[in-house]
Design a binder for this molecule. Structure first.
Ligand SMILES: Nc1ncnc2c1ncn2[C@@H]1O[C@H](COP(=O)(O)OP(=O)(O)O)[C@@H](O)[C@H]1O
Ligand SMILES: O=COP(=O)(O)O
Ligand SMILES: [Mg+2]
Length: 566
């Protein structure tokens, strides 16, 4: 096959359709839009409000999830965009709903998150850079809370904030390990009092989760106000409402709350809104984008980050209930390289080795695929395996996967070539998904009772989703558990923060680790998001840059063209 041009070359060669034309297939009019240039728009506040309240009962929500990935990602976002294009080509009204990229990975290891090849959203460069400013808005809003909190303590500390019990970090949308742990307030009494602090990546800010889970402006403000930023000497929580800046923060998020809409390369509408990762946060786009999509289209193809153990579990247990939607099916994206990575039991990943044809290694990786299928079926969601074909994948490797799924597992599977062929490469997958939905008769069920205690929820996810024998809570985590009761989060949903490269909390254990316990070292109540984040292993809420960051390849030509984004 001829080599496929780079994502940026494909994007540049494509003709971007005016956004008004892209959304006309959904029945949206120009006065529903607040254009940001010719090919990007936000919905107006009124249209957002109206559509978010409309019924989504007639829509089929297809969740794109994946097996345990290599650090490069196995193609969920590419498949998400390609599948929406495929439904569009089949004559259905379809939208993609994906997250907006964080500059952290764009300038770091993973690169962009706007899809790829002939299944990407446009304008790819803008979307991967500043887009409509939402991440900058979340960063600014997050840091207004931080500054107000330190200012409150500096100005006399009327609320009695215990400076050693401040739990609200600072945020920035850059992968910068040097900012993980630092001391602020140095330089004497004019700047003090000094205290330890640290930065999280904006994608890990609780405000990002709040923005993505709020169902309207009133809910957004309620959630912002409930955020716990610190505790006082009596161990009582201090909230954003206590600081008196809920309104100011909501103002900074006013436009970020409105979904962004663009077109894919083939002109299929795509909502690109909100950007939490699925290892350090809940990992899906805003529920408003999902609801608006479901109000307008027959098919909403939406993604959840990393593997089904992370993004899909959180979509089913946190997002779908919050959005009032039910998944009709799940497309489980698998790749030859990820199967080999598990089959060869390698860590760290040697990508060159993964290029060598090795159908036996592919077969040895099936146990990881099988567990992800079982996880999705445990939620009562029909699964179709999408074999995302990369250049260089051998026919016998792809055929081995399809045969294993169809004969061995008895689940539908389709080869997807949407990267190379756009929507046409996803017709078989789209058809298989439709058949799976038509045939399915089991109810969708979250994995745990909504009113179960937090510790029980964590144990359920660890054992039934990750395959752990049990959970070990450190002394700190146990103390955090005890505090949940007093802040009314004793039975809140849980958002597990775990490495994406293993079912376990040890990234080096790929395949299907057995005979292990999940270690929870800390619980972070997210009263605004309405869940409790459980930190395991050494997951970082502020990733670092790799030895050769993507930033080294990115450049600006004299005519303003951006090169090196991928
Ligand atoms: N079939 C494919 N062929 C070549 N490159 C691909 C293919 N699918 C995905 N990619 C590339 O792999 C990387 C990860 O894809 P992405 O869709 O972002 O994965 P995920 O969303 O699962 O992290 C991106 O750079 C993307 O362009
Ligand atoms: O949160 C992670 O998302 P991807 O798996 O799409 O990189
Ligand atoms: Mg992605």
């Amino acid at each position: 096959d001829d080599p496929i041009p780079s994502d940026a070359e494909i994007a540049r060669a494509a003709t971007e359709q005016p956004i008004e034309d892209v959304v006309s297939s959904l029945g949206l009019e120009p006065d529903d839009l607040d254009p940001y240039g010719d090919s990007v728009a936000k919905l107006t506040a009124e249209t957002t409000r109206q559509l978010a309240e409309r019924s989504t009962a007639d829509a089929r929500y297809v969740l794109v999830t994946g097996m345990t990935p290599t650090p490069r990602g196995e193609g969920k976002t590419v498949t998400n965009v390609g599948l929406a294009q495929a439904f569009d080509r089949l004559g259905k009204t379809a939208v993609a709903a994906i997250r907006e990229p964080s500059l952290g990975p764009v300038f770091g290891l993973k690169g962009g998150a706007a899809g790829g090849g002939y299944s990407q959203v446009l304008p790819m460069e803008d979307i991967n850079l500043h887009f409509t400013g939402d991440l900058h808005a979340v960063t600014a809003a997050h840091n207004v809370i931080s500054a107000t909190l330190d200012n409150h303590v500096h100005q006399g500390n009327e609320l009695g904030v215990d400076p050693t019990e401040i739990v609200w970090p600072r945020a920035i949308d850059v992968n910068d390990r040097a900012l993980r742990e630092l001391v602020v307030g140095l330089g004497g009494s004019a700047n003090g009092p000094p205290r330890e602090d640290g930065f999280v990546l904006t994608a890990a800010s609780e405000l990002m989760a709040v923005l993505c889970l709020a169902d309207g402006i009133a809910d957004l403000k309620d959630r912002i106000g409930r955020i716990i930023v610190a505790y006082d000497a009596d161990d009582d929580p201090v909230t954003v409402d206590d600081l008196g800046v809920t309104g100011a923060v909501a103002v900074l998020l006013r436009d970020a709350f409105r979904p962004n809409v663009v077109g894919t390369i083939e002109g299929t509408p795509a909502f690109v809104h909100g950007g939490p990762f699925a290892n350090i946060a809940h990992g899906t786009n805003s529920i408003v984008a999902d609801r608006v999509g479901g109000a307008l289209a027959d098919y909403v193809v939406t993604e959840a980050g990393f593997g089904a153990d992370l993004g899909a579990e959180k979509f089913f247990d946190i997002v779908a209930p919050a959005a009032g939607i039910e998944p009709a099916a799940a497309a489980l994206v698998v790749s030859v390289r990820a199967l080999k990575y598990h089959g060869k039991d390698m860590w760290p990943v040697e990508f060159d080795t993964l290029e060598e044809p090795d159908v036996d290694a592919v077969r040895a990786g099936f146990e990881n695929l099988d567990r992800h299928v079982a996880i999705l079926e445990a939620f009562g969601v029909p699964v179709v395996v999408a074999v995302n074909r990369f250049p260089g994948d051998a026919d016998d490797e792809v055929d081995a996967i399809l045969d294993h799924c169809r004969e061995g597992l008895g689940v539908r599977a389709a080869e997807s070539t949407v990267y190379r062929d756009g929507g046409d490469g996803g017709i078989e997958l789209a058809t298989a998904i439709d058949d799976a939905v038509d045939e399915h008769d089991e109810p969708f069920e979250p994995i745990y009772d909504r009113d179960a205690p937090v510790a029980e929820k964590i144990e359920t996810v660890a054992t039934r989703v990750y395959g752990a024998d049990g959970v070990t809570f450190t002394d700190d985590a146990r103390a955090d558990l005890d505090r949940l009761e007093s802040i009314g989060l004793a039975d809140a949903p849980v958002c597990l923060s775990k490495t994406p490269y293993s079912f376990s909390d040890d990234p080096s254990k790929n395949g299907v680790p057995e005979g292990w316990e999940l270690t929870v070292r800390e619980l972070r109540p997210s009263a605004g998001a309405g869940f409790v984040v459980a930190l395991t292993g050494d997951v970082l809420t502020m990733p670092g840059l790799p030895s050769d960051p993507a930033a080294l390849e990115i450049d600006l030509e004299g005519d303003g063209t951006v090169t090196g984004l991928f």
